[in-house]
Each structure stands twice: as structure tokens, then as C-alpha cells.
Design a protein around this ligand. Structure first.
Ligand code: FAD
Length: 495
């Protein structure tokens, strides 16, 4: 363990996942004296990639949807340091759901909609009506399921949107808040015009902006996998990063915070800072912050999360009968007896994820639908997955590569009331000057969301530090004035 020269910093960030690393990297760029404390030996948190036998295995997240400026700006600022890979467009556009024991393509254009067996004629008519007719939305913070039923009818809710929710949140649509989980859909829902008109107008606006400023669109990853991004940020933080350094508890002191740490499991130093950024998962936040802000911790503990298992299964190409011509498939609530949540066809999206002559399936299990699965053995999980996929994907042999990754506390669930809860947390935080909470349990779970929140926090902190320094300088100048005056007076009386 390298020696820690200074334990007092202008800003301390706890947690070196994408949230903490982005915040620290941005602060360092702004010339702020910052350091990061990370409990694990490796950085990246959920963003972990492993190379094995020619396969590129994403153990946590698989790709990033570039939605807004902060993530794109981060990539631009890293320049040649990182090679961004865009997902295959044809694969990204062909998505399937399991319906009546077979895979059905999700309609992505009007012709698809007419011909799809996914919806009955009545279900299609209801969908079209919901797209063109304006409805008064309910004023409640509705669940995604309620809002979809209200606007598009039960078939779209059960057969399509429930699948989307297990795919993104590993949870059921009836458990999730529309305004917290899908804020842009909530925005469309509250518009008085037809959603179709709104979406077309927005698409035009986005296209116009894209021509001028957007470099990447849609789904991206990196040549070395998603784990490359945290590694690059960590390398650029250099001596400002302390790994194997776990924050145990936090204490409020005059104008700041003290953080007691352990290093590689043994006793560690106590750090001191005015500006503390907590960028750890919600359970860790509630643990370390318990003595300082118990009322905030109670709110954080009340946010549930679902566990998730990611299985990477590699097969010889000749042993997979299905062409895997798309992004993969998800399992809606109507097929909930199927034991998987969904399967991504990894090398169809990013070709370099499997060696030639091989295919890579990325299987999701567990979630709030099957929480019991997180405790199953690797063998049980692999057996369940292979049995479920044998006929569906035409598998004729066992996998040549198996990787099982369990995430017991994977995805925070934003239930109805989440937006109000976060507003309360933000209000309570005002009693703790210099304390900042970032991470996926507050304002968006995606990597893009985490980068946006972290970048915003970093620029607020940098601005605050700058303003404080300026006001100190101003103060010092004022303080010097009387002394200077006295000195002048003394010199003139002696002469
Ligand atoms: C299986 C899975 C699949 C996902 N798929 C996608 C996807 O495809 N696309 C997407 O955009 N998002 C996806 N997500 C969500 C996204 O990956 C996460 O929301 C995001 O990476 C969280 O980043 P974070 O930095 O906030 O937290 P984390 O990644 O959890 O990082 C927190 C860090 O804090 C450290 N830490 C914890 N306690 C302490 C302590 N006491 N002291 C010091 N350090 C501590 C941890 O070791 C960790 O490094 C997925 C998530 C999971 C789990």
C-alpha cells in the first residue's frame, strides 16, 4: 500500500464506480484538490469486463445509450484515449419478445405493426388510438403498468411494456413509477397533443441537433469493453486514487467531515474534507452515513432494489440453430413462467465479443420476478438456462464457456413516490453543507444518467470552491487594509 501523504483534501469522493470516477475526474480537470477512496482492489464498480478464451465478457452492464451531452462530452474529452464502438444498427433495431412460446419481433414500423402476431386486431387499434389521441393523464405518480394500460390498453402493457421493464430495471412494470423510471415517456404522456405528433417533432429536433453537435447516437461500448472507461479515468486520476481503502464511517466536524477508513482490511487513516461526495451504492451509503444523517439514511433504505444474475454462455457457432439476427429477446409478464428474464445476443450487437466460429449469449435471471434465483448454485442456473434455451435457439451442444455473475443488490427500483422521496432527500441535504450524494439510486440508473449526475455535482462543487477562494482573497485584502494603514501612519509619524 502506498503511503498517504495528505489526508486533508478540498474534496473527497468515496466510491470509484462510474459515478465517483466521473465526478473526481471532472474536479481534477477543474484544478480542484481531490482524492477518491475505493474499497475494492479494482475500480469500476458494476462496470466490469473480462477477456477469456477470445470472448469479451461484460459482467455487469453491456452497453450505454448515449442520451445527453454529459456522457458524450466525457468521451470527447477523453479523445483518443478510448475507442468507442457503435452497436450494429440492424441488430439494435431487431428486438424480440417471447410470446406463446416463440420469439416475436417487436414492431418498429407501421408495416410490422400490421403484421405482428404479438397483438390482436383490437390490441393494435387500441395502440394506434393511444398514439394519436390526447388523453388527460392521471395526476397520480402512476406505475408504468397503469399508465400504459390507460393509454394503450392491456395487450401493450402485458406483452410489450412489461418486457421492456424487466430488460431495463429487472422489475415488473406494475412496481415502477413512470415519472421516475421513464421521465421522457412521462413527459410525452402529460402533453396535450398526440404522443405520435410529439415524438415526430422531437425526432426532427434531435436530427437537427445531431447534425450540428452529436457524434455518437444510440448504443455504444468500447473496443476493450465497458470496463475500459473506468480504467482510463482511474489512470488519469493517478495518485489521487486510493484503492483497497474502505470508508467505514463518517463524522460531522466543524465545517466539514471526517472519514474513518480501513486499508486492505486493517486500520487505515482518517481523512478530512469540507466537500464530501458519496458515490457508493445505496446500501453502503446508508451504512457509512448512519451517524451523520440518520433521516436521510432512512429514506435511502426505503428504496428497494432487485438482484440480478448475468450468465455469459459461449457456444460454437455450428451448435446454435437460430440466426440470432437481432439484439436479443425479453420475457414479458404474460410468459412469466419462463425461467429467464431475457437473453442478449452479444456478438450480434458487438461482433468482437465472441471469437470467429462462436456465439455469445448473455442471459439475465432473477430480478424481482425470481428473487430466489440469486442464491442458486452456478450449476443450477446454467442447467435452467440451457434447458430453457435448447429448443428456442436450437442449441445442440453444451456451452464451451460459462461465466456466472451475481448482483444481489443490482438495480434500485424507483417505485411510485420516488421523485418525491428524492426531493425530500435533497431538501434534507441542505442541512449538511458540503455533503453530496450521487449514484444510481436517485436520479437514473443508466451509466449515461450516472455520468450526467456526477458531472453536474462536480461542476457545482468546483464553482463553490472557486467562489469560496475568491471570497477568502477578498476578505484577506480587506483585513490587510487597516494593517497597511497603521503601517503607513507609523512610518509618517516617525519621519
Ligand atoms: C447486471 C447489471 C447490468 C446493467 N446493465 C446496464 C446497461 O447495459 N447499461 C447501462 O447504462 N446501465 C446498466 N446497468 C446500470 C449501471 O451499470 C449502474 O447503475 C452504474 O454502473 C452504477 O455506477 P455507480 O458508480 O453509481 O455505482 P457502482 O458501480 O456500484 O460503484 C460504487 C463503487 O463504490 C465502491 N464502494 C462501496 N462501498 C464503499 C466504501 N464503504 N468505501 C469505498 N468504496 C466503496 C464499490 O466498490 C464500487 O466500486 C447495469 C447494472 C447491473 C448491475
Amino acid at each position: 500500500m502506498r503511503e498517504i501523504a495528505a489526508t486533508s483534501r478540498d474534496v473527497i469522493v468515496i466510491g470509484a464506480g462510474i459515478s465517483g470516477l466521473t465526478a473526481a475526474w471532472r474536479l481534477k480537470q477543474a484544478g480542484v484538490d481531490v482524492c477518491v477512496l475505493e474499497s475494492e482492489h479494482e475500480v469500476g464498480g458494476a462496470m466490469r469486463t473480462e477477456r477469456r478464451d477470445g470472448f469479451l465478457l461484460e459482467k455487469g452492464p453491456f452497453n450505454v445509450i448515449v442520451r445527453d451531452g454529459a456522457f458524450e462530452q466525457l468521451l470527447k474529452d477523453l479523445g483518443d484515449e478510448i475507442e468507442v464502438i457503435e452497436a450494429s444498427r440492424s441488430a439494435a433495431q431487431a428486438r424480440y419478445v417471447l410470446h406463446d412460446d416463440r420469439l416475436c419481433k417487436v414492431p418498429s414500423n407501421p408495416l410490422d405493426l400490421v403484421t405482428t402476431p404479438l397483438l390482436t386486431l383490437g390490441g393494435k387499434a387500441r395502440l394506434v388510438r393511444g398514439l394519436v389521441a390526447s388523453r388527460r393523464p392521471s395526476s397520480d405518480d402512476e406505475s408504468i403498468d397503469n399508465a400504459t394500460r390507460r393509454r394503450f390498453g392491456p395487450e401493450v402493457a402485458d406483452r410489450l411494456v412489461s418486457a421492456l421493464c424487466v430488460g431495463i430495471f429487472a422489475a415488473e412494470s406494475r412496481e415502477l413509477s413512470l415519472s421516475a423510471c421513464l421521465p421522457s415517456a412521462a413527459e410525452i404522456d402529460t402533453q396535450s397533443r398526440s404522443p405520435l405528433g410529439f415524438m415526430i417533432a422531437r425526432r426532427f429536433r434531435q436530427r437537427r441537433n445531431a447534425k450540428t453537435s452529436r457524434r455518437w447516437r444510440g448504443l455504444v461500448s468500447f473496443r476493450q469493453g465497458l470496463g475500459e472507461l473506468p480504467k482510463i479515468l482511474a489512470a488519469q486520476l493517478g495518485q489521487a486514487l486510493f484503492t483497497s481503502c474502505r470508508a467505514l464511517s463518517i463524522r460531522k466536524v466543524i465545517r466539514g467531515y471526517e472519514i474513518s477508513c480501513s486499508i486492505e482490511g486493517g486500520t487505515g487513516p482518517t481523512f478530512r474534507t469540507d466537500q464530501l461526495v458519496l458515490a457508493v451504492p445505496k446500501s453502503a451509503t446508508a451504512t457509512v452515513l448512519g451517524d451523520v444523517a440518520p433521516e436521510i439514511c432512512e429514506q435511502i433504505k426505503a428504496i428497494p432494489s432487485s438482484g440480478l444474475i448475468v450468465l455469459n454462455l459461449g457456444f460454437e457457432r455450428r451448435h446454435v440453430g437460430h440466426p440470432l439476427d437481432g439484439y436479443g429477446f425479453l420475457v414479458p409478464a404474460t410468459s412469466a413462467s419462463f425461467p429467464l428474464l431475457g437473453v442478449l445476443w452479444a456478438d450480434s450487437v458487438f461482433e468482437h465479443h465472441a471469437p470467429p466460429k462462436h456465439r455469445l449469449l448473455r442471459v439475465f435471471m432473477g430480478g424481482s420476478r425470481r428473487p430466489d434465483m440469486v442464491t442458486m448454485s452456478d450449476k443450477e442456473l446454467v442447467d435452467i438456462a440451457c434447458t430453457a434455451l435448447r429448443d428456442l435457439l436450437g442449441l445442440t451442444s453444451e456451452p464451451v464457456l460459462i461465466d456466472v455473475c451475481r448482483w444481489p443488490d443490482a438495480i434500485p427500483q424507483y417505485r411510485p413516490g420516488h421523485v418525491q422521496r428524492v426531493a425530500q432527500i435533497n431538501q434534507q441535504l441542505q442541512h449538511y453543507p458540503g455533503l453530496h450524494l450521487i449514484g444510481n439510486y436517485l436520479d437514473g440508473i443508466s451509466i449515461n444518467d450516472c455520468v450526467r449526475t456526477a458531472s453536474r455535482a462536480a461542476s457545482e462543487i468546483a464553482r463553490h470552491i472557486q467562489a469560496t477562494k475568491q471570497s477568502h482573497q477578498h476578505q484577506e485584502t480587506n483585513d490587510h487594509c487597516p494593517a497597511t494603514r497603521q503601517a503607513i501612519a507609523a512610518t509618517s509619524s516617525s519621519s
